[in-house]
Design a protein around this ligand. Structure first.
Ligand SMILES: [Zn+2]
Length: 140
């Protein structure tokens, strides 16, 4: 699954969880679930890194860096860091469970553009001005 959608789904779950610990746990679970969903990926690693980082920065700017949505977004995207950094590979396989199990990651299914549209819609809802007034929350 593309990185920006990992960030967006983790951020949405974090916002719903309402606690930082819950946000991190849900984010990690959602990463595994997102990898399981049949999907296409974006072939450009620089695009993946830049769009993921931009998504996290946008969330942090709009909601504050320690908001559960931000932590959920980080937790849901950080497992893919091992695709980029030379981390240990016990038994020749990657570390995160959904990367270790053969056949977990499946191609086809949801195209990359649809994932990008979904990520943009979710991030837009999570960072929209006035979202707190709409949800009825007063203050922080
Ligand atoms: Zn992954």
């Amino acid at each position: 699954m593309i990185v920006s959608l990992h960030v967006a789904t983790g951020a949405a779950a974090g916002a719903l969880a309402g606690s930082r610990l819950g946000a991190v746990g849900l984010g990690l679970l959602l990463h595994a679930a997102g990898d399981r969903m049949p999907h296409d990926d974006v072939a450009s690693r620089p695009f993946e890194i830049a769009s993921g980082a931009a998504s996290l920065l946008l969330l942090a700017a709009a909601r504050g860096p320690l908001d559960p949505a931000v932590l959920g977004g980080i937790a849901a995207s950080v497992p893919d860091v091992e695709h980029v950094l030379p981390l240990p590979r016990p038994d020749g396989r990657k570390l995160f469970p959904s990367h270790r199990v053969r056949g977990w990651h499946r191609g086809g299914g949801v195209p990359a553009w649809a994932q990008l549209v979904a990520a943009g819609a979710i991030l837009g809802a999570l960072t929209a001005p006035g979202r707190e007034a709409q949800s009825g929350r007063v203050g922080k």
